[in-house]
Design a protein around this ligand. Structure first.
Ligand code: ASP
Length: 598
């Protein structure tokens, strides 16, 4: 019998990757493997840029050094996979470049073609010319591009920073099933037919919510998972049918304790991925204040221009239509945009935008020059009140008030949207800033158009605050809408990054909350009976959150397209151009599953 020790190790396919050869002493001999990024024939010399995951290296093939290598190199084309043996040497002084490895080149003395490549559907280059559809169809080529490698690398670092932070804080990473009972998060379920139980279906989890709560009932206390969540909803913009989230739950923790864990994880990510320190602690803002100041439950705090009530100051605008609106109890709210000055045409455009958002019109007062300008300047009996309001809101009275009249919630809504658009237009947003914020104390329910006219603002497992729990008995939707909950979102630069809450840990209360969203006792028993059961045998108080990883990585890379941070994303119509999913199944599969297509 051959002993293990007598088996010779195979010779290395590669001795160094490009990062290693860039950092090795010049003169190091090596065997590099990679793709031909680019080939230049300069008469006698051939220059090949060799690319691997770690970088690029200029390789020189000189017939005077190796005729055989030169002969082989003549046949190489873009994206062939090759192994080059040789050694680094300094680049001639005038060719030294500032990028990593720009001080050296690799003089090749052996060439091995590992595999050839057919002509490519598009070039592997940073300034990619191919359409997104083509890039997704040939994703394996697209992923060779530096930007994609960087996105995958940052994504990996982000997740591993989260993992090591949570591991060192006593959390257990626990996997929960993909083939599950429905876990509602407000979307439709993806369902999977069961072959062995014809006519029955699994639901793919919209999140691990119910399982993680049950884990707390089991006493596992601190859980997390980098979880796939599947939600069948109409895809808009940056939505994907499946996304990844950091899903976390902890028992017996105050809100502050949970925030400190979530912030710690973000600190670790920023340090690991960007080498930056984030502020601590993140600011907090109650939902109501967020709506009143920014017209949004996910305010972008990279700039000011908060919403201000100006109904008092509006008494100095002597216009009959405004007076009658104010008499009817309507309010005037405005935002002051420092430095803004509008032409007539721009005013018309902003007015059109305000109307599209639901406002009756837009009033402006520009305070830049001697005399106030703007759409209502000619009605002003006194502009001082507006200058003072600008000074106290923004510390600056040079700029323009943008104002609307209407009921308070719709004014907030219109100004919240205008604020973002104006902030972008007048370059008020500090792009270098990371503005994290906790928005807290959301209402338990939000209004819905269909009976029972309320729907959970987070999900139906969120704890209503103790003082408001009696309101659950009410039949009045307004009363239900006023119930507060221990519910929070983490926002970064105006984007919701995570949401979470304290959970209901008493089965009777859970039953009430589920009934209030229109579920009958039979439906509750059928869908959630198993889950409520877990709370009958001793359940600690617990809370948690889910944090979208895709969005997090987009922020780290300052990207605005979610597909750029996912290796194999779906298109906006939920298809995968690479594999052709979704695809029909054949007759045998239909009958095996015991289902028929209509
Ligand atoms: N399950 C929630 C979500 O996916 C997060 C949470 O409440 O923990 O948004």
């Amino acid at each position: 019998m051959t002993s293990v020790n007598s088996i010779k190790p195979a010779p290395a396919i590669r001795t160094h990757n490009i990062e290693q050869i860039i950092h090795a002493p010049i003169g190091e001999t090596a065997r590099l493997c990679g793709w031909v990024q680019h080939r230049r024939d300069l008469g006698q010399l051939i220059f090949i840029t060799l690319r691997d995951r770690w970088g690029e290296m200029q390789c020189v093939i000189d017939p005077a050094h190796s005729e055989a290598a030169h002969a082989l190199a003549e046949g190489l084309r873009n994206e062939y996979v090759v192994a080059f043996s040789g050694a680094t040497r300094p680049r001639p002084e005038k060719e030294v470049r500032a990028y990593p490895g720009g001080d050296r080149e690799f003089l090749v003395d052996g060439v091995e073609l590992l595999t050839a490549a057919e002509p490519l559907p598009f070039n592997v280059e940073e300034d990619v010319k191919a359409s997104e559809e083509l890039r997704l169809k040939y994703r394996y080529i697209d992923l060779r591009r530096r930007a994609m490698v960087r996105a995958m690398t940052i994504r990996h670092k982000c997740v591993s920073a989260i993992r090591s932070y949570l591991n060192s804080h006593g959390f257990l990473e626990i996997e929960t099933p993909m083939l599950a009972r429905a876990t509602p998060e407000g979307a439709r379920d993806y369902v999977v037919p069961s072959r062995v139980h014809p006519g029955e279906f699994y639901a793919l989890p919209q999140s691990p919510q119910l399982y993680k709560q049950v884990l707390m009932c089991s006493g596992l206390d601190r859980y997390y998972q980098i979880a796939r969540c599947l939600r069948d909803e109409d895809l808009r913009g940056n939505r994907q049918p499946e996304h990844t989230q950091l899903d976390l739950e902890m028992s017996c923790a105050t809100r502050d304790e949970l925030f400190s864990i979530a912030e710690g994880a973000m600190h670790a990510v920023w340090r690991e991925c960007l080498g930056e320190e984030l502020p601590h602690p993140f600011p907090r803002l109650p939902y109501r204040e967020a709506m009143a100041l920014y017209g949004s439950d996910k305010p972008d705090l990279r700039f000011g221009s908060r919403i201000v009530e100006l109904s008092g100051q509006a008494q100095c605008i002597d216009a009959a239509w405004l007076k009658s609106d104010l008499e009817l109890g309507k309010c005037v709210h405005g935002i002051f945009i420092p430095g803004a000055s509008l032409s007539r045409k721009q005013y018309d455009e902003w007015t059109a935008q305000a109307k599209e958002l639901g406002a009756g019109g837009l009033m402006t007062i520009e305070l830049s020059g001697e005399e106030p300008k703007g759409s209502v300047a000619k009605f002003l009996t006194d502009s001082l009140a507006f200058a003072q309001a600008a000074e106290s809101a923004e510390g600056n009275a040079h700029g323009t008030w943008f104002m609307v009249v209407g009921d308070t919630p719709s004014n907030y809504k219109v100004l919240g949207q205008l604020r973002l658009a104006l902030g972008r237009e007048f370059k008020l947003i500090d792009e270098g800033k990371w503005a994290f914020l906790w928005v807290v104390d959301f209402p338990l329910y939000e209004a819905s158009d269909e009976p029972p006219y309320v729907t959970p603002s987070h999900h139906p497992f969120t704890m209503p605050v103790a003082e408001d729990q009696h309101k659950l008995e009410s039949e009045d939707p307004a009363e239900l809408l006023s119930i507060r909950s221990d519910n929070y979102d983490l926002v970064l630069n105006g984007v919701e990054m995570s949401s979470g809450s304290l959970r209901i840990n008493k089965p009777d209360l859970q039953l009430k909350v589920l009934r209030r969203i229109g579920l009958s006792d039979e439906q509750i028993e059928d869908r959630f009976g198993w889950f409520l059961g877990a709370y009958r045998y001793g359940a600690p108080p617990h809370r948690g959150f889910g944090q979208g990883i895709d969005r997090l990585v987009m922020s780290l890379l300052s990207l605005d397209n979610i597909r750029e941070v996912i290796a194999f994303p779906k298109t906006a119509s939920a298809q995968c151009p690479l594999t052709g999913a979704p695809a029909p199944i054949d007759d045998a599969q239909w009958s095996e599953l015991g289902i028929k297509s209509r």
